[in-house]
Design a protein around this ligand. Structure first.
Ligand SMILES: Cc1ncc(C[n+]2csc(CCOP(=O)(O)OP(=O)(O)O)c2C)c(N)n1
Length: 625
């Protein structure tokens, strides 16, 4: 079968190809990937870098019986294309289409669902252990990047695996990049391994020692060739109990096949160090892998072109505020767990390099590191995506809140994130932060309020999360001042009658629109914790029905906080709590998804009519977005 004419439908067909065909297949796959991702958008440079590795893995291992666990999983497009999903690549990351990550429900070849990093070694070890316990001969392989290897979880897994006799293969895909340039001591170590300095140094030393005994020198040279491992100092991976092979060229598909074939026969924990280049085969991505990490659509002949600046995004508002506040307060320190670009911290990192900390993909460490800084009187601001804060839950409780430390958490990507889907949705943070004593939760409704609430949080002597969505809001002009808002206070945005809609965050604007035809009162709650109880009291006195709306889960969320507060006040009035139901959200265009979940003006209007049919005579919503 010719892969260039008739596309491969399953890895079993790939395994029928002769060796010599593989480089041609890699070329074809790369061209298809460039053509496809430039149309849909998605992770680009990471995928270009793993084409040969993907082919070699499916060629050598008997997938899906053998398990491939891709770390993060953003580099699995070639894997999807080789496992029967080529014809659906045009639907990638769109609603109802292919996920941008491996998903167990999407394909039997997706052995484990990933997207949050550094889980692969643990999961693959679990699978290897299960194989051992059940007497199965199936193999388990974890494929992990050097960025993902900065997370503690990877070491917890290696520590466990290295002491086991499980047949586990860990493939390190070392492209010397995370999303941003890599950070930390591990990065230096891997660079040394790659440059062969270890080996060169050891060789020099052994030659000096042996030169005084000429017959031995010849013998040693021979031995050295035979047993390089004995002369090289042990790598950190060997110290952890793995048998280490590498580094080898990750774009030499035939070399990869050879190495994987040998390792697939070995017993016990194996570690293969593969060196790849992010963006391989598309010059612009090779030159600038950061820009090409996750682009939206572009013309491959031209490359990504700069877009004219539109409305300020919430992320940019944060970046500006951070630089402004750092200029005026030398105690401010900014921390990111490997998300400098996504969190809007590039300018801060350039202007305040000594107060900027990219700690690697290490959310737990980021939070406790901030706690330590706060202990010493500094003012840490941790910029973190809502979804990734999940990783650091105990650190929030035990290291920050319990010790009453003032740390500001700038929570980007709160609410739905769109094409990345359920793994990245920031819908749980209100529920999981508001139950922590000493923790406050601010939900700005627009850009300027975002800035003001950041300043308010910064001035507060305690831990505060300030959550905001991806992209931009209604576009309120942002004044670059340091004005603060009253802590824990809501504001009345529209005075109406009968129904009061209590809005948390940017959905305020949908609520305002829905309220017009209902003549409802609308309150901009601003804080999920502390709740403005005075406001609740006064609204409860004058209104019969309540609606709460938030871009988070209903269970335990801000609406639930309102229910608790009304109960405590002895108010017994109907409350309609709107937010995400008790199910995982989907991937796709965020606006359409919000409409699907009923979390827009039309949805609010409809739910009210359905919940209180006596209101069905109410006028239709005037303007539906
Ligand atoms: C827990 C967690 N934090 C942050 C991220 C965001 N993220 C996605 S890919 C990536 C870089 C991964 O680098 P590496 O493992 O080296 O893969 P590469 O992109 O270089 O192929 C990061 C930080 C994530 N997916 N999970």
């Amino acid at each position: 079968m010719d892969p260039l004419q008739e596309w491969i439908q399953a890895p079993s067909q790939l395994r029928e190809l002769s060796h010599e065909r593989l480089p041609g297949l890699a070329h074809e796959l790369r061209q298809r990937l460039i053509a496809s991702v430039s149309k849909t958008g998605g992770h680009f440079s990471s995928n270009l870098g793993t084409i040969e590795l993907t082919i070699a893995l499916h060629y050598v291992f008997n997938t899906p019986e053998d398990r491939l666990v891709w770390d993060v999983g953003h580099q699995t497009y070639a894997h999807k294309m080789l496992t029967g999903r080529m014809d659906r690549m045009s639907t990638l990351r769109q609603h109802g289409g292919l996920s941008g990550f491996p998903q167990r429900t999407e394909s039997v070849y997706d052995a484990f669902g990933t997207a949050h990093s550094s889980t692969s070694i643990s999961a693959a070890l679990g699978m290897a252990m299960a194989a051992k316990l059940t007497g199965s001969r199936r193999k388990s392989v974890a494929i992990i990047g050097d960025g993902a290897l900065t997370a503690g979880m990877a070491y917890e897994a290696m520590n466990n695996a290295g002491a086991s006799d499980c047949d586990l293969l860990v493939v390190l895909n070392d492209n010397d990049m995370s999303i941003s340039p890599p950070v930390g001591a591990l990065n230096h170590y891997l660079s040394e391994l790659m440059s062969g300095r270890f080996y060169a140094q050891a060789k020099k030393l052994s030659q000096q020692l042996l030169r005084n005994a000429p017959p031995l020198f010849e013998l040693a040279r021979h031995l050295e060739q035979q047993t390089q491992q004995l002369i090289q100092p042990a790598t950190i991976f060997e110290k952890l109990g793995f048998h280490y092979t590498g580094p080898i060229d990750g774009h030499d598909v035939l070399g990869l096949v050879d190495a994987l074939r040998k390792l697939s026969q070995e017993k016990g924990p194996q570690f293969l160090h593969v060196v790849t280049r992010k963006g391989q085969g598309y010059a612009k991505a090779e030159a600038d892998p950061v820009t090409y990490h996750g682009p939206s659509q572009f013309d491959p002949a031209v490359g990504i072109t700069p877009t004219s600046p539109g409305k300020l995004t919430f992320t940019q508002v944060f970046g500006q505020w951070l630089c402004d506040m750092a200029t005026q307060d030398p105690r401010l320190v900014g921390i990111t767990p490997a998300m400098r670009e996504g969190s809007g911290m590039v300018a801060f990192s350039q202007q305040f390099p000594e107060r900027y900390f990219d700690v690697g993909i290490a959310e737990q460490h980021a939070v406790t590191f901030a706690a330590g800084l706060a202990c010493e009187g500094l003012k840490p601001v941790v910029a973190i995506y809502s979804t990734f804060l999940q990783r650091a839950y105990d650190q929030l409780i035990h290291d920050v809140a319990l010790q009453k430390l003032p740390v500001v958490f700038a929570l980007d990507r709160a609410g739905l994130v769109g094409p990345d889907g359920p793994t990245h949705a920031g819908v749980f943070d209100i529920a999981f932060t508001r139950c922590i004593p000493e923790m406050s939760v601010a939900c700005p409704a627009d850009e300027y309020e975002r800035r003001q609430l950041l300043s308010t949080a910064y001035a507060h002597d305690g831990a505060v999360t300030v959550r905001y969505p991806r992209g931009s809001g209604v576009g309120t002009p942002v004044q670059r001042d340091f004005s603060v808002l009253p802590f824990g206070r809501a504001e009345v945005r529209r005075q109406g009658q009968g129904i009061a809609i209590l809005a948390f965050g940017p959905l305020l604007h949908e609520a305002l629109q829905a309220a017009e035809s209902l003549n409802a009162t609308v309150i901009n709650m601003r804080w999920a914790k502390p709740l403005d109880l005075d406001m609740l009291h006064s609204v409860a006195r004058t209104h019969d029905r309540f609606v709460t709306i938030e871009d988070g889960v209903r269970k335990g969320g801000a609406g639930a906080a309102v229910l608790e507060a009304l109960q405590d006040m002895g108010v017994c009035k109907p409350v309609l709590v709107m937010g995400f139901e008790d199910e995982f959200t989907e991937h796709g265009d965020p606006q359409s998804l919000m409409a699907q979940y009923g979390l827009n003006a039309a949805g609010i209007h409809q739910r009210i009519a359905k919940t209180w049919p006596d209101m069905s005579a109410m006028p239709k919503l005037r303007k539906v977005v």
